[in-house]
Design a binder for this molecule. Sequence first.
Ligand code: GLU
Length: 471
Amino acid sequence: MTGEKKVRVRFAPSPTGFLHVGGSRTALFNWLYARRQGGTYILRIEDTDTERSKPEYLDEILDSHKWLGMDWDELYRQSKRVELYRHKAQELIAAGKAYRSVEREPAEQPEQGKRSGRHKKVEPGGDSVDAEGESVEAVYFRMPDIPLFFYDMIHDKIEFDASLIEDFVILRSNGVATYNFACVVDDINMNITHVIRGDDHISNTPRQLALYRAFEVKPPKFVHMPLTMGTDGKRLSKRHGATAITDYRKMGFLPEGLLNFLALLGWSPGGNKEIMQVEEMVASFSIKRMKSTSTVFDRDKLNWINGEHIKRADTSRVVELLLPFLEERQLAGEVDRLRIARTVELFRGRFDTLVMFCERADYVFTDNYEVESEAVREHLCGEDTKKNLLKLAERLESLAEFDVNTIEPVMRDLAGELGIKAAKLIHPARVAMTGRSVSPGIFEVMELVGPDACVRRLRRAGADGRNVEEP
Ligand code: GLU
């Protein structure tokens, strides 16, 4: 790294909405690069639009960062830097690179790409105050006729036709800096070395390059990441389901699962490696291996990756993460961490999200579990079956020790005595106990459910089927 500047990157969200998948992916790549390079990760809140910026969105951006484990080194809010932007605009005016002029309505500003090809300048002058005496003058940047191009670290050379770009507002008549201006002033002021952002910002880059030139500062390196699309090939939006990071948290994803998934939406460590812990991602991250084509947001893949992380996570951690989910569903009872831990171990590999755990293992914690009517129809309807379940309840009730080692022989012996295959007792018992035809090992399940609930459920199913609606 001799002679190289210390890496300083920034993630610059506008707090005008929740932090979504696209934004957090941008944040992650900036963060990974900073951590990989031993650099600085800056969180810059672009809240100059005071009408649309909301404090709750800022809180959510910070909370999502904390939850994902992406720590920041410096935090700035553009709304607190207004003076700097005014000062810098003044500097450009003094140098003849910007001028005051009546601000045109956005509708009057020709759409980009629909120009005559000649430089249309906004002429200085006009009435500088409105009827109320308020200033209506904005500061316009004088767009120079210079070759505009840069070498993007993903897209390579990108060129623009400067003659298509008009003079543009850098400071509105109300004194608020526009995005392009505040962005460049800050990137210079914060010594940003790499701008890593979505490629929807490529169109902003020529104006920003011209501003760097005006300030006589070498631009940072640009890394424009291709966007992430929905599986339908359209830009990711609410139509594709939840997009806010908070929603994924509520759906029971683990931060490391989501981070792993987000990382693969734009980068790959190579060698088909997909499941990675955050430390591994940091250790192997490089801009060179970032993807140059758009990626697809595939929910099934997210579920799979998260499931893989759950499989690898410490049981005690999964238990702590599960508690609020169980509590919300009134499944936690008098919190018994050991019991939850044993359930997690028994169900490992059978759930991809914490919510899925609550749905699949509900019967361990409550008698009010979901019942599959198909399972009841198939396994619980015969009169003989019901009688057998009642006998089983009786035998289990008299057990002094209630665990896998005592339950299994009782069931096998009873089946033998009744002259039926063990499966003919096991399947109905499973449905009586869980409401499903599929579950982890039934003897383990019964041990976890405990003697009282087991006997109660077998009697309910065997006697009048109260908990299992007869189809
Ligand atoms: N506030 C801009 C955004 O949210 C930042 C763009 C940039 O990184 O330059 O898209």
